[in-house]
Design a binder for this molecule. Structure first.
Ligand code: ATP
Ligand code: MG
Length: 426
C-alpha cells in the first residue's frame, strides 16, 4: 500500500477524551474514529488487524470441528420472552419496533436464536454433538461504554454454541474450546491467563474467563502466589477475598492483578434447552434436553487488548501475527531518485512474496515519517537513506527493540524475504 493513497489520519496530540493507552493510540494512529458513544468506524488499518484475528479464530474453530454460520442481528421478542430475558436483560438490550408493531431487539448474544434453530433442525442423538459459531456484530447498550472499542455498544464477537446428548459429551466440547482459546490467544500474541468464574446463578456449571493482564484492566483477578488457582473477584463464589488472604486451594497467600476479559467459556447445561423446550431423541427414542455450552471471544476487543500489552511511548508495537502491515518502508529522501527507486524495488519484491507492506511515499520530512512508522507499529521498518545507499546498504529496524541491522542492498530483497519466511508467489 502506498501511504500517500491510504486513509491513515494520524493525530499529533493525544485526543482529550481517551483515558487508556490503547484508545489514545488507536485514535492517534488513525485506526478508529468515533461515530457516537461506544460506536466506532474501523478505518482500513483496524480492519486489517480485525481480519487477521478473525482468520486465526476461524482456523482454530475449524480444528475443533465447529461449523461457521451467520445468524440475524435483528431478533424477534418472542424468543426472548421464552427464556425470560426480554424482561431480565433490562436497558442493555437495544429494542425496536417494526412497522407492524412487532417488538425486536438487536442481538447482544445468540443463545435464543441458536437454540431455536437447533430445536427445529436437530431431532436425533445421531446428529450430535454439534458446535456452531459465528463472527458477528453484537449490540449492547452498555451503561458505561468506554475505552474506545474495548467496551463498545456495537462490537464484534465470535460466539460458539455446543449441543450434546450427555453431560460428559458437553464437558468434552467445553475442554476442546478451552484448549482452542489457549491457542487463539497465544497466536494473536497476548499474555493471558484463564481464570475461574464459578457463577453461582447457574449452579454446578463450569465457567472460565480468559484475561489479558494489564494495569488498566476493568476486572480484578485474584490468583495464588503458589498454585495455579485464579478467579475473577467479582464473579467468584469465594467472593471478596483480598491480597494476602489464604488461597482456598492450597492456603498460600493470594495476590490481585487487573485484567481485560477477552474470552468466556460456559457450560450451560440444560438452562436454555429447558426454557425453550429444545429436545432430541436418544438411543431409546426418549425425548431429552440438549446439553449446551457457549463460548465467546471479544474479537474487536482483542485489538485494544493487544495494544495495551504491546506499545511504548512512541506508539504501537504489533505482534507479527496481527500487524496491519509487517514491513513499513521509509525512504528518507523522497526527492532522491536513487532512494525512491531502491525503495520501490524492495516494496515490489516484498509484495510479490505476499508480505504486507506499507510504503511511505509521502513528501514529508524524515522526522515525520519516522514518527508515523513508530506510531503505526509495523514490527519491521526498512529505512533507505542516501548515505547508506551510496555504500550499498539499507537498514532494517526492529520496532520492538529499536535495533538497526545494515543489509547490503543487493541482498536486501532475498535477505528480508527469507527473514519473514516468505517464498516468491508462483
Ligand atoms: P464484560 O464483563 O466485559 O461486560 P461479558 O461477560 O458481558 O463481558 P460475554 O457476554 O461473555 O461478556 O461476551 C463474550 C466476550 O465479548 C467477552 O469476553 C468480551 O471479550 C467481549 N465483550 C463483551 N462485552 C463487550 C463490549 N461491550 N465491547 C467489546 N467487547 C465486549
Ligand atoms: Mg458485559
Amino acid at each position: 500500500m502506498y501511504y500517500s493513497h491510504a486513509l491513515i489520519p494520524t493525530l499529533r496530540d493525544d485526543p482529550a477524551d481517551a483515558e487508556v493507552i490503547s484508545h489514545k493510540l488507536m485514535l492517534r494512529a488513525g485506526f478508529i474514529r468515533k461515530l457516537s458513544a461506544g460506536i466506532y468506524c474501523y478505518l482500513p488499518l483496524a480492519l486489517r488487524v480485525l481480519r487477521k484475528i478473525e482468520k486465526i479464530v476461524r482456523e482454530e474453530m475449524a480444528t475443533t470441528g465447529a461449523q461457521e454460520l451467520l445468524l440475524p442481528a435483528l431478533q424477534p421478542s418472542e424468543l426472548w420472552e421464552e427464556t425470560g430475558r426480554w424482561q431480565q436483560y433490562g436497558k442493555e438490550l437495544i429494542r425496536l419496533r417494526d412497522r407492524h408493531d412487532h417488538d425486536f431487539c438487536l442481538g447482544p448474544t445468540h443463545e435464543e436464536v441458536i437454540t431455536d434453530l437447533v430445536r427445529k433442525e436437530i431431532r436425533s442423538y445421531r446428529q450430535l454433538p454439534i458446535t456452531l459459531y459465528q463472527i458477528q456484530t453484537k449490540f449492547r447498550d452498555e451503561m458505561r461504554p468506554r475505552f474506545g472499542i474495548m467496551r463498545g455498544r456495537e462490537f464484534i464477537m465470535k460466539d460458539a454454541y455446543s449441543f450434546d446428548a450427555s453431560v460428559e459429551g458437553a464437558k468434552i466440547n467445553y475442554q476442546k474450546m478451552y484448549d482452542a482459546y489457549h491457542r487463539i490467544f497465544s497466536r494473536v500474541g497476548l499474555t493471558f491467563r484463564a481464570v475461574e468464574a464459578d457463577n453461582g446463578l447457574i449452579g454446578g456449571s463450569q465457567s472460565d474467563e480468559f484475561m489479558v493482564l494489564t494495569e488498566t484492566g476493568e476486572e480484578e483477578i485474584i490468583s495464588c502466589t503458589a498454585c495455579l488457582y485464579a478467579a475473577n473477584i467479582e464473579k467468584t463464589e469465594v467472593g471478596h477475598r483480598g491480597m494476602g488472604d489464604p488461597c482456598p486451594r492450597c492456603g498460600e497467600p493470594l495476590k490481585i492483578d487487573r485484567g481485560i476479559e477477552v474470552g468466556h467459556v460456559f457450560l450451560l447445561g440444560t438452562k436454555y434447552s429447558k426454557e425453550m423446550k429444545a429436545l432430541f431423541l436418544n438411543e431409546r427414542g426418549e425425548e431429552r434436553f440438549f446439553e449446551m455450552g457457549c463460548y465467546g471471544i471479544g474479537v474487536s476487543r482483542i485489538i485494544a487488548a493487544a495494544i495495551e500489552q504491546n506499545h511504548d511511548e512512541k506508539g504501537i508495537i504489533w505482534p507479527i501475527s496481527i500487524a496491519p502491515y509487517i514491513v513499513h518502508i521509509v525512504p528518507v529522501q523522497d526527492k532522491s531518485d536513487d532512494v525512491m527507486m531502491a525503495a520501490k524495488q524492495i516494496y515490489t519484491a516484498l509484495m510479490e512474496r505476499g508480505i504486507d507492506v506499507l510504503f511511505d511515499d509521502r513528501a514529508e520530512r524524515p522526522g515525520v515519517k519516522f514518527n508515523d512508522a513508530d506510531l503505526l507499529g509495523a514490527p519491521y521498518q526498512i529505512v533507505i537513506g542516501e548515505k547508506n545507499l551510496e555504500k550499498g546498504l539499507i537498514e532494517l529496524k526492529e520496532r520492538k527493540t529499536g535495533t538497526f541491522t545494515k543489509i547490503e542492498t543487493d541482498h536486501a530483497i532475498s535477505h528480508v524475504a527469507s527473514y519473514f519466511g516468505a517464498a516468491p508467489k508462483q
